[in-house]
Design a protein around this ligand. Sequence first.
Ligand code: AMP
Ligand code: MG
Length: 352
Amino acid sequence: MFETEIVTVDPQAFDPKALAKAATILRRGGLVAFPTETVYGLGAVIYNRASVENIFTVKGRPGDNPLIVHIYKQEQLAEIALAVPEQALILAQRFWPGPLTMILPKKERIPAEVSAGLPTVAIRLPSHPVAQELLRQTDQPVAAPSANLSGRPSPTRGSHVITDLSGKIEMIIDAGPTGVGVESTVLDLTSTRPRILRPGGVTHEMLEAVLGAGTVDTPSQINISRPLAPGMKYRHYAPEAPLRLLTGEVEPVRRFLRETVHRQQQAGKRMGIIAYDEDQVAFPSTAEVSFFSLGQRTNPAEGAERLFHVLRLCDQVGVDEILAVAPPRQEVGEAVYNRLFKAAGGKVEEIT
Ligand code: AMP
Ligand code: MG
């Protein structure tokens, strides 16, 4: 058990000295949770094998799910990757700092704990000012998965990290909501064609706009007999209550929501709904439903920012079952769809 120190910083205006202790903790082998523009990360210096192992212990993360290495300047790439292909340099130029993780062949010096024994390593340069300053002061690459308990919705607020990891790590840096709200795009650059292993803030369209139309494979084009991102095979991002993901035209889905909520309530179940502002009309004001909005359907970024917070709110309210309306699979909506699909245990129901 730790007395976890909680440091609150304003990401727009903070004194770099506020992060000095966090950098010291990391350098001497401790664990620090810190904000990034995607979700909060749980960091350890990559060369400290014991602290990297501790990340897995604290999160309850399966040992075969590798970590993302965080850097603050592009020059650190050469320290970590065995080879940096031209495409990686072009993408780094365009999307770093930002929510793009690239998989490259790893140098031998990168401990096997970081890459879960794989010959490759995931690398990202985050844009969040607090993450950048912390990495700069630490001046060592930092391995950081999401700062939640494995399987739970990812943390997009300091309070989410405190709920999951308080008493288990040395320090939590709370800088408020993260911004993008879903984890980084994971792009594998170690096979013949670049392929997206996990959709995120940098979309397929954005990648092809840089690398050329038809050059980047998406998860649906990949035959997942063996999971490519080891994380793909686990139930993920899940609230405690079972979640059903619903797809279809707006009106039939609304009717289905209304009827199902009514029926389940009669059976004594507390229902949670995850949908859009406009869908609230589906429920008479007398109906006792926990309605959580992902904002406006036409604004995928808003849905991404709210998603994990809303999943955690479902837990707080203590609903028995969640019905979630699938987002339009455009822009970052693809990543939101992907997370909801996993939260639903890899199922989606077509409503007609
Ligand atoms: P997290 O940090 O919890 O958001 O998870 C990191 C994601 O990156 C997981 O889906 C991992 O499986 C994936 N990942 C990390 N390193 C590699 C790698 N070397 N090859 C494939 N996927 C990776
Ligand atoms: Mg995670």
